[in-house]
Design a protein around this ligand. Structure first.
Ligand code: ATP
Length: 242
C-alpha cells in the first residue's frame, strides 16, 4: 500500500530581491515519517520551513502540506500542523498548567478537552509537582519537552521542530528523541531541523540543503554509502562544507 504524503514540494522557491534563499526544492514526506532537514547556517532551512507552515508566500513552485496548498490554503495548514522551536516555545511568566490552557485555547480545543489533555500531559511527563510553577523557573530541557507536548495538543498531522534541542544536555536530548519516536509511531509526521549530527542518524530520511538547494536526500544509511563515510557528521562535512 502506498503511504500517504503529508508534504509535497515541487520546485518551491523563495527570492528576496535578486537573492534566491530557497532554490526549487522538490521532495515528499510521508505520514509518520521522521524527516531531518539539515543544512549549514544560512542554507535556507528556516525560509523553506516558513513557506511550508504557511507564514511566507513562495515566489514560485508548488507545495501541499497536510493536503492544503501553501498559496491558497495557508490558514488550513496552520490548523493542521504543530510548530515549536528553540526560540518559540512557552510563556515563561505563565505556569505549566496556564500554558497548556492558553495554547489549547489558541488551537481551538474545547474547555473540556483542554482539561482532559492537561491532565494527560502532566501525568505523562511526570509534572504533577511543577504544574503550578512558572515555566520560566524550569530547566530548558523540561521546557522543551513541555513545549513539544503542547504543540501536539490539537493532534496535528505534522509537527515542525526548528532546532528543538539546541542547548539541551545529551540525556534530555535522548528523552526528547524518545518523544519524537513515539509521536511518529502514532502516525504524526515529524519535520525537524537540527545541527546535531547524532540526531540526523535518528531520522528516517534526511535532506541536506546547500545554498538554497537540496543537495542530498535519503536514509542516513544510504547517504553514508553514497558519500563513502561512516557518520552523518562526515556526510554533512563533505556536502555542506564542500
Ligand atoms: P540557520 O541555520 O542559521 O537558521 P537557515 O538555513 O535557516 O540558517 P535562512 O534563515 O533560511 O537559513 O536564510 C537563508 C538565506 O536567506 C540567508 O542568506 C539569509 O540572510 C537570507 N534571508 C532570510 N530571510 C531574509 C529576508 N527576510 N530578507 C532577505 N534575506 C533573507
Amino acid at each position: 500500500m502506498k503511504q500517504e504524503n503529508v508534504i509535497e514540494s515541487k520546485g518551491l522557491t523563495k527570492m528576496f530581491g535578486d537573492f534566491t534563499a530557497v532554490d526549487k526544492i522538490t521532495f515528499e514526506v510521508k505520514k509518520g515519517e521522521i524527516f531531518g532537514f539539515l543544512g549549514a547556517n544560512g542554507a535556507g532551512k528556516t525560509t523553506a520551513m516558513k513557506m511550508l507552515i504557511g507564514i511566507s508566500i513562495p515566489t514560485s513552485g508548488e507545495a501541499k502540506v497536510a493536503g492544503y496548498n501553501v498559496f491558497t490554503h495557508a490558514e488550513d495548514i496552520k490548523k493542521n500542523i504543530g510548530y515549536m522551536s528553540q526560540k518559540f516555545a512557552l510563556y515563561d511568566d505563565l505556569t505549566v498548567r496556564e500554558n497548556i490552557t492558553f495554547f489549547g485555547g489558541i488551537y481551538g480545543l474545547k474547555r473540556s478537552e483542554i482539561k482532559i489533555k492537561s491532565e494527560q500531559l502532566i501525568n505523562e511527563l511526570g509534572l504533577q509537582d511543577v504544574a503550578k510553577d512558572l515555566v520560566g523557573s524550569l530547566p530548558l530541557g523540561w521546557k522543551q519537552k513541555i513545549a513539544f507536548s503542547v504543540a501536539l495538543l490539537h493532534e496535528p498531522k505534522i509537527i515542525f521542530l526548528d532546532e528543538p534541542t539546541g542547548g539541551v544536555d545529551p540525556i534530555t536530548r535522548r528523552q526528547f528523541w524518545e518523544m519524537i519516536y513515539k509521536t511518529a509511531h502514532n502516525g504524526t509526521t515529524v519535520f525537524v531541523t537540527t545541527h546535531y549530527m547524532d540526531e540526523a542518524e535518528y531520522c528516517d530520511r534526511v535532506s541536506i540543503m546547500v545554498n538554497g538547494k537540496i543537495e542530498a536526500l535519503d536514509t542516513p544509511t544510504k547517504l553514508k554509502e553514497q558519500f563513502q563515510v561512516d557518520t552523518m557528521n562526515d556526510v554533512f562535512l563533505k556536502l555542506a562544507r564542500g
